[in-house]
Design a protein around this ligand. Structure first.
Ligand code: ARG
Length: 594
């Protein structure tokens, strides 16, 4: 089913075009902010009146005369200078709900008629370093974007562009090699996997040796050369370090319920052989040029300049011949366009990389590697702050590790479950605590406008009221408890809803909830179009609130027989919508009981 707002937009636009014989009409239909003015409002007449130099009021009257919405709305009304107010017919509303009821899994939301191949580049941790809270946002926002686009019918290709290449691997491999030799000397069995229990300590140790031990530094440099020439000994060690790191972050993905697996990894190392060609090709089209020993590309000097007003260059090769982050990104971009056949590429990283991506996109377009019909987007986000308003750090000033943060969330959720529901069996408590704890961290992130910074607060995200995961999970569990209660009263919900052919929507709270339920598809489309999960959380939160008003005012199980099926359906559709939003699109588990 097409979202109602889309249908109304088309119909009103058609009427405007019929009246003015113009093809640049836009109805601009929005949900009304006040039910006094109906359910939707078309605001486009005023702009059109200006263009055609007519009276907006008169134009609105003509548009309404030509407007065909009988099947959906009560007779339209004109308000103010030329707003057209539209109120849904109750029969239309009832039909929609009944159709959603039948449409089980997709809740009546159509797939796009124009599926695109969309590459989403997200998460992308750096090897041999623990993932920290900064990686949280890319990982979960990226996952949500993929889930929404997939649900709408696009062909989504997830790409985890991990940082698995660079000169630092020389020292890491050299250290691992040393450790294995020492193990051998001590007579210990050198297994193929030396568990790098603490990757960061390993990295620190390597760095410190590199800076202080000349022999080690030479070994490390030798290792870099070995890696570059593909020498088996070093490649083996490198592979092992990458494997260990992957184990670490795969566990985090699993905990976060993020769909990112080994086959989505295509790290920086995958492009190492393409880098000379990238530079070569950019030289050949006259874009790459020497700049103070290095090689740079200068895209649009009006747009990209430094503080002093000089043109800003994107460096693609250093004076020592080494390639850079940008070179790899250019190679990756070509691969995604040429091999993956992307119609759109979305990069989910923090806002500090804004300039990098602007320049990258500009260079790729100038080089003719990306045609105009391919959409390149940097979906950026702000920082996670501590309660003091500065970027979240541990007491000793280090980055907060993601794993510790998630463990603490679950621990705190456990205490809440313990207080609320001490009599539940331990394994149930455990399951609820996981769903609530991890859900709270994710939901708090999603519910903020992604471009803003936000303050990380366990107390706020675990609160039972407000726009939080526990509130939403509780709203769901509450509806489930109505269903459980129904069973004890011998009400067979499946039976009552299965063959349901007509509804009785009469109470204001019923109508309000029903009108909001049919807008779920609209919310997903808005969230997917702007890559903003907070549109979706805002919708779900408002839905839960409307349900709450309905449930306070309208008895369900005790309702008279003529009303009960309608009310049961409103309960069921609300539960299904919340469950779909949370678990399918946000990857947050729901629980039947809390
Ligand atoms: N590894 C990078 C970092 O941690 C992020 C990579 C983002 N993706 C990309 N194609 N540049 O900052």
């Amino acid at each position: 089913m097409k979202p109602v707002i889309k249908i109304l937009e088309e119909r009103v636009t058609a009427a405007m075009a019929a009246v003015t014989s113009r093809d640049d009409c836009a109805a601009i239909v929005r949900p009304s902010t006040d039910p006094k003015f109906g359910d939707y409002q078309a605001n486009g007449v005023m702009a059109l009146a200006k263009k055609t130099q007519t009276s907006p009021r008169k134009l609105a009257e003509d548009v309404v005369k030509n407007l065909d919405v009988d099947d959906i709305c009560e007779p339209p009304e004109i308000a103010g200078p030329g707003f057209i107010n539209l109120r849904l017919k109750v029969e239309f509303l009832a039909d929609r709900l009944l159709e959603i009821n039948k449409a089980s899994a997709n809740l009546g939301i159509d797939k796009t008629t124009e599926p695109k191949t969309i590459v989403v580049d997200f998460s992308c941790p750096n090897i041999a370093k623990q993932m920290h809270v900064g990686h949280l946002r890319s990982t979960i926002i990226g996952d949500c974007i993929c889930r929404m686009l997939e649900f709408l019918g696009h062909n989504v290709i997830r790409q985890n562009h991990i940082g698995d290449w660079g000169t630092q691997f020389g020292m890491l491999c050299a250290l691992l090699s040393r450790k294995r030799i020492e193990m051998g000397k001590r007579g210990e069995k050198v297994s193929n996997t030396i568990i790098l229990a603490d990757l960061e300590a390993f990295y620190r140790e390597a760095k410190q040796l590199f800076d202080t031990d000349e022999n080690f530094a030479n070994e490390a440099r030798g290792a870099v050369v070995g890696l570059h020439s593909g020498a088996q000994r070093w490649t083996e060690l490198w592979r092992q370090i990458v494997r260990e790191s992957k184990n670490h972050y795969e566990q985090i993905y699993e905990t976060l319920n993020v769909e990112l697996y080994d086959h989505h990894v295509r790290g920086e190392s995958a492009y190492k052989n393409d880098l000379p060609k990238v530079v070569e090709d950019l030289k050949n089209v006259g874009l790459a040029q020497p700049s103070m020993g290095a090689i740079c590309v200068f895209p649009d000097s009006e747009r990209f300049k430094n503080k002093k007003g000089y043109p800003l260059g994107l460096m693609i090769q250093k004076s020592d011949g080494a390639y850079l982050y940008a070179t790899t990104d250019l190679a990756a971009l070509r691969y995604r366009v040429n091999e993956l056949k992307a119609n759109a590429i979305i990069y989910v990283t923090d806002a500090r990389q804004k300039l990098h991506f602007e320049m990258l996109f500009a260079v790729a377009k100038m080089a003719g590697w990306v045609s105009d019909d391919i959409e390149l987007s940097h979906v950026m986000f702000g920082s996670v702050l501590g309660e003091d308003g500065t970027p979240l750090k541990t007491r000793s000033g280090e980055n907060v590790k993601l794993k510790e943060l998630l463990d603490e969330a679950v621990e705190r959720a456990k205490q809440i479950v313990e207080e609320k529901n001490p009599e539940l069996p331990p394994d149930k408590k455990e399951k609820i605590a996981r769903a609530v704890g991890i859900g709270a961290v994710k939901y708090a992130d999603y519910s903020n406008n992604r471009t803003s910074d936000y303050v990380f607060s366990f107390n706020k995200m675990l609160a039972m009221d407000g726009n939080t995961a526990p509130y939403m999970q509780y709203a769901y569990a509450r509806i489930k408890s109505i269903e459980r209660k129904a069973q004890t009263k011998d009400v067979d919900i499946e039976d009552e809803l299965g063959g349901l052919e007509s509804l009785s929507l009469t109470e204001p709270a019923e109508l309000d909830l029903a009108k909001y339920l049919i807008r779920y598809g609209e919310a997903i489309q808005a969230a997917a179009a702007d890559y903003r999960p907070n549109y979706l959380t805002a919708y779900l939160y408002e839905l839960a609130q409307k349900f709450s008003v309905f449930y306070t005012n309208c008895p369900v199980l005790k309702a008279e027989p003529a009303k009960r099926p309608t009310r049961l359906l409103l309960c069921d559709l609300t539960a299904r919508t919340i469950k779909h939003g949370l678990s399918e699109l946000l990857g947050i588990e729901v629980v039947e009981q809390m």
